[in-house]
Design a binder for this molecule. Structure first.
Ligand code: HEC
Ligand code: HEC
Length: 391
């Protein structure tokens, strides 16, 4: 720090000085420190001198407030994944692939992109459409490339962030790896990942879009998978009438309330609230379809104890995701309830929760169905956020 000029020297001239924060006097005209007696103080006159008078402490406080303001501005609201009140912690590791609006948008675009299939006709959306909660209405078994029919029903896609296993038999354990299955499946999209990358690179828009989302126009398989995950993770359904009743904002009718009580007694051990799945593999007593001979989970674990076990699906939006079960064998909920009430097949792997015959009356079955319909989430089914508009 410069030292003040010595006292006692006489200068005829008097200059305009500023009193600095450290107590010295400075003349901007002479551009040097002056003793107080040579100064005509101009404090408080100019904006600059006023600013200089503000104490260091105040400057620090102003600095901190501005920094916080800037921080809160740079945090985009869509960056955060919102866990609905009372729901468990998601299984997905968001640290590895933090949600980003540009990447979510890219995922939505790719989800609707037919270039992902060999003959450029099939997109993920072909088998997973929003108005049916991303299931495939009316198709018991999935229809893929060239009308080829797969061995299983397209499941509805929602609340995937809470899942540890994907596909009816849990053959996929990470959402980020899931999309490679349909893309490379000869009965679905029948394409190779390398060729998908090459096709996207050759377009006029994708390199630029990838650059905006990832800061790199070099398109990779990982970027494609991460983007698709990002979009699928945003598919959260948590605002059905059921949820509003649970939050105290609505009430069940008498029949729905009876259906709910029966549901908790007979179904909730597997279709556990609030996700309506316990995330396990269970044998719910379906008769084996000899033509498909699908053993389910046993195909993955090769453990005979897993024979005929399938992933317990969520029942949210069940009203619109027909046909039902891994092979889409039931067209409507009446048939499902008839199955659980009267047709559960005994076998060595049948779940303990279904050993006792349910014997539901017609009225009881109807009430359970009325309750299941309270799981329809209109906001989810019609949410414009999930719709892809090419622009
Ligand atoms: C030809 C129809 C078809 C296409 C196209 C398709 N899927 Fe699927 N999807 C299915 C079927 C059928 C299953 C169940 C497969 C199984 O269990 O073996 C499934 C399962 C899934 C699952 C697992 C859901 C769960 O809860 O276990 C996810 C996630 C998924 N698909 C996402 C996608 C994505 C992303 C794409 C595009 C890259 C896509 N699908 C393309 C039919 C399709
Ligand atoms: C032992 C566990 C268990 C119990 C108890 C159980 N379920 Fe299920 N549920 C499953 C499994 C597993 C599936 C899938 C089976 C398959 O596709 O092979 C399923 C499928 C369903 C489906 C079709 C879902 C879809 O997306 O296709 C509906 C609807 C359903 N269950 C309703 C009920 C109702 C209502 C009850 C009570 C009366 C009930 N479940 C009791 C395990 C169970």
């Amino acid at each position: 720090m410069p030292s003040p000029p010595g006292e006692g020297i006489f200068f005829a001239q008097v200059y305009n000085c500023h009193r600095l924060m450290n107590g010295y006097y400075f003349s901007s005209k002479k551009y040097r420190f002056l003793p107080k007696k040579e100064c005509r103080l101009s404090e408080g006159k100019t904006l600059l001198s006023r600013l200089r008078m503000v104490s260091m402490k105040t400057w620090i406080i102003i600095g901190v407030v501005m920094a916080l303001g800037l921080l809160s501005f740079s945090r985009k609201p869509a960056d955060r994944f919102v866990v609905p009140a009372g729901w468990p912690k998601p299984a997905y590791n968001f640290k590895k692939n933090p949600l980003d609006p540009q990447k979510v948008e890219m995922g939505k675009r790719l989800f609707n992109e037919t270039l992902l299939s060999r003959d450029n006709t099939i997109s993920c959306n072909s088998c997973h459409a929003q108005y049916t909660a991303f299931a495939h209405t009316d198709h018991s078994l999935s229809h893929g490339i060239e009308g080829k029919i797969g061995p299983r029903n397209s499941p509805a896609l929602m609340n995937l962030a809470w899942s540890n296993s994907f596909m009816w038999d849990g053959s996929v354990t990470q959402l980020d790896l899931q999309a490679q299955k349909p893309i490379t499946n000869p009965l679905e999209m029948d394409e190779t990942m390398e060729h998908v990358v090459a096709k996207l690179k050759a377009t006029s828009n994708y390199p630029d879009l990838f650059f905006r989302a990832f800061g790199d126009s070099l398109i990779t398989v990982d970027m494609i998978m991460q983007s698709l995950s990002q979009f699928m993770l945003t598919l959260v359904s948590a605002n059905a009438r059921y949820d509003r009743v649970m939050n105290g904002a609505d009430t069940f009718t008498k029949r729905e309330a009876n259906g709910y009580a029966l549901f908790k007694q007979d179904c909730a051990a597997c279709h556990k609230e609030p996700l309506f799945t316990n995330g396990q593999f269970e044998n719910n007593g379906l008769a084996v379809d000899e033509s498909l001979a699908d053993g389910g989970r046993v195909k993955i674990t090769h453990n005979a104890g897993d024979s005929l076990k399938f992933k317990v699906p969520t029942l949210r939006n069940i009203e619109v995701t027909y046909p039902y079960m891994h092979d889409g064998r039931f067209r409507n909920l009446q048939m499902v309830l008839f199955q659980y009430s009267e047709h559960v097949q005994q076998s060595s792997t049948l779940s303990v929760h279904l050993q006792k015959k349910l014997m539901l009356t017609e009225q009881n079955k109807g009430d359970i169905i009325l309750f299941l319909k309270t799981l329809t989430d209109e906001e989810f089914l019609k949410n414009k956020k999930f719709e892809f508009v090419n622009n």
